[in-house]
Design a protein around this ligand. Structure first.
Ligand SMILES: NC(=O)c1ccc[n+]([C@@H]2O[C@H](COP(=O)([O-])OP(=O)(O)OC[C@H]3O[C@@H](n4cnc5c(N)ncnc54)[C@H](OP(=O)(O)O)[C@@H]3O)[C@@H](O)[C@H]2O)c1
Length: 295
């Protein structure tokens, strides 16, 4: 198993994995990209798409049979730890040398938080697995703003959040992906390390609204919700209570000024400054503009 050459990417259609594929493809690195549904994927040079399901361990072997390294991301779900552990165990069986796990800040198997707990469980399983590992704990993604948030900007020119004036160093998923690429392709200095990744500057939603206003040429307002209003919005969407509580806690942490910590890990690993909200707003401007047909 010494001449394994591929890098396998789980979560390859996700916010970070999809960006990682671009870096791997541009570098000409043979890559196995994993999805449950190949019909929705785009082809890229040097990237082979395979269908597999983290929940079904039998499907995973073919995704790693010639792989030296694995990137592991998946959305947080009920069976998250079991599913991610299926990848860890299969990687071990197939002689994978290094696994980079996308985790979250404050990952802790004893946390009541819907995101920190399962990520903490997997971190512990990975550290005990015997694989070489690197854990990435990025702050909240700027690309989260491309979901419902971009729709309310398109339709109403408004951002609804419950973080008051609280700031956070949001990070661009392209920077996270480039960090993962750097580690996967040159793991020597990153073995068995955990990296907390932040953006370069803590910002609040008034600043995000201003950055987006500038690039779309129309004023976007941040509507600062109370915790109760935020809760009601999430309840009206049918979110499970565990997720609602987690998002309320995260919002309160930021509102009270506790989420401002910035480090220089991204700059040091990439030899360049992290992308800013102005870079993000410029690059994704079309996502915030509704076309004339209301589409
Ligand atoms: N969003 C944030 O602000 C934030 C911040 C810090 C950390 N994180 C962490 O980031 C991770 C999520 O990464 P992401 O946001 O890049 O992902 P994402 O955009 O939520 O996409 C989820 C990915 O997981 C794949 N997936 C889910 N279940 C799967 C299964 N059973 N089998 C195979 N693939 C499966 C999906 O693939 P298919 O649908 O194509 O099969 C998709 O590619 C989580 O651990 C989260 O805690 C997120």
């Amino acid at each position: 198993m010494n001449n394994q050459k591929n890098i396998s990417v789980f979560g390859a259609t996700g916010k970070v994995g999809s960006e990682l594929l671009h870096f791997l493809s541009a570098a000409g690195i043979p890559t196995i990209a994993v999805t449950r549904n190949k019909s929705k994927v785009k082809s890229l040079p040097f990237v082979d798409w395979l269908e597999a399901d983290l929940a079904d361990k039998v499907t995973l072997g073919k995704t790693m049979e010639n792989s030296k390294a694995v990137f592991l991301a998946s959305s947080v779900s009920r069976n998250f730890s079991t599913e991610q552990n299926n990848v860890i165990e299969t990687a071990k069986e197939y002689g994978v040398q290094h696994l980079v796990k996308l985790s979250s800040p404050g990952a802790d198997k004893n946390s009541p938080n819907f995101i920190s707990r399962p990520n903490g469980e997997v971190e512990e399983l990975l550290k005990a697995s015997g694989l070489e590992w690197t854990i990435l704990q990025p702050n909240s993604f700027m690309q989260n703003w491309l979901g419902e948030f971009s729709q309310t900007i398109q339709k109403e020119r408004k951002i609804y959040e419950a973080t008051g004036e609280g700031r956070k160093p949001y990070i661009d998923t392209r920077d996270i992906a480039e960090v993962a690429f750097t580690i996967l392709t040159n793991p020597a200095n990153h073995r068995n390390k955990t990296y907390l990744l932040t953006g370069g500057e803590a910002v609040n939603y008034y600043q995000v609204a201003e950055a987006i206003s500038k690039v779309i040429g129309e004023k976007v307002d941040y509507i600062s919700l109370t915790a109760d209003e935020f809760k009601q919005r999430m309840e009206s969407k049918g979110m499970p209570w565990g997720m609602i509580n987690t998002f309320l806690t995260i919002a309160e942490f930021q509102r009270s000024g506790n989420a401002t910590f910035v480090n220089d890990t991204v700059s040091k690993l990439l030899n360049k400054a992290p992308r800013t909200i102005e870079n993000f707003a410029r690059d994704y401007a079309p996502s915030f503009i509704m076309d004339t047909n209301g589409q």
